[in-house]
Write a protein that binds this ligand. Structure first.
Ligand SMILES: [Zn+2]
Ligand SMILES: [Zn+2]
Length: 272
């Protein structure tokens, strides 16, 4: 809910926005940096997991992805800043305290609920942005990464960043969630986005094809969205893609070749 009386005090809002921006930047650089460094060797072979591409991540492409991601974080931080600004004034469905056992057990339920609703919103807005009339103005920037790297995880146009950034803060006005659970959710979102763009599938095939893994979107699934385009639109779960007939792993090296480590030996500066 929105507080009865909102003070539009910029002196209160700007520090919240500034801190959030710093956290978003730090989290992105830290997670993308760690994931990229721990998955790819300097000689362009993978340290662990299965490479999803025969091309090494190129420095120019990574730099473009990072610059765009850093820039649009200015937009990404806005809806979250509004949320925390109103939270400070006693509004929103964020809570500071765990009231009892019921409240405690609610937290994992709330986390899953947020993920499912976010996934649904993402699937449909993502499909809409693939419409020829919307594509250029919204989603083209993200698809400039034909073979993405971890740095592409927040590489969006300003329009897409705004569309993507409003939903989770909006949910936090309606669905009660402790602020710590909410911060965990935001970190999970970042981690999953970074992993799904890294160009390496880290999960073993047995898990991916098992009862849990087969419902989850991991790098092999989203990588195919970038390389093959008109398929695999989901964010966390494969349910909407399956339901709407857009789910496909055709051409996936992990599914076809199994978990044999593909040694990718091409120059590190090869263009993506
Ligand atoms: Zn897309
Ligand atoms: Zn992507």
């Amino acid at each position: 809910m929105i507080p009865d009386k909102v003070s539009l005090d910029l002196a209160l809002f700007l520090p919240i926005y500034g801190w959030l921006l710093l956290i978003i930047w730090a989290r992105y650089v830290f997670m993308a940096g760690i994931v990229h460094k721990s998955l790819w060797r300097p000689d362009a072979t993978v340290r662990t997991g299965s490479a999803l591409t025969g091309r090494a991540p190129g420095a120019a492409a990574m730099w473009r992805e990072a610059k765009t991601s850093i820039g649009v974080s200015l937009i990404y931080a806005l809806p979250a800043a509004v949320l925390f600004f109103l939270f400070e004034q006693g509004g929103t469905a964020l809570t500071r305290e765990i009231g009892g056992l019921g409240d405690l057990f609610w937290q994992p339920v709330a986390l899953i609920l947020y993920l499912v609703l976010h996934d649904t919103y993402f699937y449909w807005t993502h499909r809409a942005m693939h419409h020829p009339r919307l594509y250029k103005a919204t989603h083209h920037t993200h698809h400039m990464s034909k073979q993405p790297t971890a740095w592409a995880s927040f590489c969006f146009s300003p329009a897409e960043a705004l569309i993507g950034a409003v939903i989770v803060p909006a949910l936090a006005f309606v669905i009660p969630i402790h602020v710590a659970t909410f911060l965990l959710l935001l970190s999970l979102m970042t981690f999953s986005a970074v992993m799904n763009h890294a160009g390496v599938e880290v999960w073993p095939r047995r898990f991916l094809d098992g009862p849990i893994g087969r419902h989850l979107i991991t790098a092999r699934h989203h990588n195919l969205h970038h390389t093959k385009f008109q398929r695999n639109f989901g964010l966390y779960f494969r349910w909407w893609d399956r339901l709407m007939g857009t789910d496909s792993l055709e051409g996936d090296p992990v599914s076809e070749a199994g978990r044999d480590k593909m040694a990718v030996r091409v120059p590190a500066n090869a263009p993506l």
